[in-house]
Design a protein. Sequence first.
Length: 221
Amino acid sequence: MRKSFKSLLFSRNVVIAWLIVVCICLFLLVIALFINNHVLDIVTFICVIITLVCCAIIIFIALLDIIGSSAGMKKSWQDNIVIDLDADASTFGRLTVKEHKKGGLFKWNPAQVQFYLSGRQIHGKRIDGNEIYKEVKDKQIFNANLLDYLLDNQHLIPEEWKLDKQGRTRYICFWGTIYRNSDDLMFVRYIYWHEVTWVWSYYELSGNRGLQDCAAMRVSQ
């Protein structure tokens, strides 16, 4: 197996060699303080430069270790996030929860979230929200619990969620929770990137939806 550059630099023999070089350079530097010899001064200067370079490399790799450890800790922390999709959905305003499809305990992993578009949307046609709901309601759609959690923890939302492949704002709908008002009109909530932050809104199912309106769906296992 090919060894990494870092492992080669810190192998036992190399570290010993580095220490010997550093000791020799320091020894010559001490001698230079007492002997006025031009040649020795040049040699000492070269050794000091070598020492400084070695120290710089050690410090640089140590910083890489710190950064790598921090990234590893962050990833490990994110790996332990579990979102309760069985909890009751939040309500707001005059809207009440009509349907709430529970999804169990979801261990957060953005790779497990995909964006669904109906065939008509893919072909550039607009489609009624009720038709979309009929297509997705029996699929593994995420409910609004995930929406609320992500809004409260926006650092978890991947950068690539902001825009679709055409560079347009992506409106991510969470069809697992459907709301209704006193007139029995139905609504679905969605999130989108607005200038400097993620925000949420909702739209009535009877409205036409386009290519930017996608459904947040769990990747099939």
